[in-house]
Design a protein around this ligand. Sequence first.
Ligand SMILES: O=C(O)CCC(=O)C(=O)O
Ligand SMILES: [Fe+2]
Length: 357
Amino acid sequence: MARFHETGVFKREIITEDAAMAFVNSYQIPDRYNRADEVQVGAVVGNDKVTNEGYGLPVVDMARLLDPEHREKEIAWLGSACRDWGFFQLINHGVDEVVIEQMKGNTLQFFELPLEDKNSVAARPYSIEGFGHHFNRLSTDKLEWAESMLLNLQPTNERKIEFWPSKPPTFRDSIENYSKEMWNLATQLLTFMASDLGVDQETLLAAFRGKRQSSSLHRYPPCRHPEKVMGAAPHTDGLALTILLHVDDTPGLQISKDGLWHPVQPLPGAFVINIGEILEVLTNGSYKSVLHRVLVDAERGRATIVVFHDASIGGVVKPLPELGEARYRSIERPEFSKGFLRALSHGKERFLDTLKI
Ligand SMILES: O=C(O)CCC(=O)C(=O)O
Ligand SMILES: [Fe+2]
């Protein structure tokens, strides 16, 4: 992924004083944030129900996955969520609450720092890591209504410690602990996914072992004109498995399904899990990597902690051989990133569709 910039298709802009002022006083939306035309694309389902039956985003219960009496049914439910939605909320996940609360607290403390402090770990124009705007696409050159802190977490030799905030002082420990918890959770979920897919657990886990884990911390300031700005423009995730934690209960994430945007109503204490492009390929198209976006609230700020897990089979992105005739052509991992980013940046067709056989 260090090769992303070689494609020359994205850049990360720093948060300037003017940007910070625009976020605070949002009566006037500067032109580069004004994406009213994009916000209006696609109808939003007025659906705030979170149920296991209705049309809401599926809720998967880890306690049931671990309970022999309910396991089989819950694995099937997990599988259907990954096939039909590409997203689900996970409850009773068993992740250490102290680690979660410390990570949430330190994330908020970081974002509350004076701009000068946050910019001491500012992204460089063509670096993935550091503090700044999220990526902006060269096709529009518009900016997202958010400030984001991106860091590589694992393997440790791929960390760029110069981007790791030293304020608040516990930040580095918190994210280190959080990284381990997320790796354990990802591993656990993958074993159940393997059961659902009917593949050997070890084969699926091996694709993730030793691969990169990275994080994005996002803060979406409230905006007096939420109909004009995008917290995150529509995208799919370019890695394999994403685990998102809401720091607060402000909604904003929307998932595309059947041509409609479905708002996610964050369940207290739950994670939002989604399938990235690479897991779609690994599962030979069984699990779906789905378009999502973030809209901003008029009054309430929102923060999220997102951890991404990469995967490949010996450095190649391709379907697991156990899953029958390949429906995607094999591609070297670095080429995959280039193609993914190029397609995203130019807002063209989904890169995965160009790999379909
Ligand atoms: O903050 C969110 O709700 C979503 C963020 C996201 O989609 C991403 O970082 O890829
Ligand atoms: Fe995403």
